[in-house]
Design a protein around this ligand. Structure first.
Ligand SMILES: [Zn+2]
Length: 182
């Protein structure tokens, strides 16, 4: 399996079941994974837990779980996968945690349009005056799974797998939630 195939498989097999359960409990669909950079095996998955705390986004939940693990590898030896392009809080948390490589399935535009969560982009604009995080910076390199997969030799297969994930994500029914900040 190629790297992107491995990432897509991890989202489907290790993250989505967790997210499905979380969504049933009133949480959002956003989730994260930490994979071993060499073997691409899943080390830990996390999913949004806004019922517990409005700042427990999927990436934060993943980071909390990762650092509570005994005998975990160094973040620099791992890759961080986010189901959705991280918000300003989460992208900073990933940087603070020391993950150097980030892979993202759904971009900011998907988050705003298909997942009815335009606040992510609004916060970047209102608080920082920017459209989003830089893909390349001193802390990390962030890759779009969709964009990168277009350049792969098995691009057609990857597109099918991505579309399958899109269907699975859109089948999740998100309950209403009042964020204290809105
Ligand atoms: Zn976030």
């Amino acid at each position: 399996m190629t790297k992107i195939e491995n990432i897509l498989k991890a989202i489907k097999d290790d993250l989505l079941p967790l997210t499905k359960k979380g969504v049933e409990e009133g949480n959002h669909v956003f989730g994260g994974l930490v994979l071993d950079a060499a073997s691409l095996k899943t080390i830990v998955a996390g999913t949004n837990n806004r019922q517990g705390n409005p700042i427990f986004h999927g990436e934060i939940d993943t980071i909390l779980r990762f650092f509570s693990m005994k005998g975990r590898p160094a973040p620099s030896e791992c890759i961080f996968v986010a189901s959705h392009d991280p918000c300003s809080m989460c992208i900073s948390a990933i940087a603070w945690s020391g993950f150097r490589e980030i892979w993202v399935l759904f971009g900011y535009e998907d988050v705003a349009k298909d997942f009815e969560m335009p606040v992510d982009l609004m916060m970047y604009k209102e608080i920082f005056g920017v459209e989003g995080a830089k893909d390349e910076n001193l802390f990390f390199r962030k890759y779009s799974i969709k964009r990168e997969s277009e350049n792969e030799s098995n691009a057609a297969i990857l597109k099918e797998k991505i579309e399958e994930l899109e269907k699975l994500y859109s089948s999740l029914e998100v309950k209403d939630f009042e964020y204290p900040g809105m």
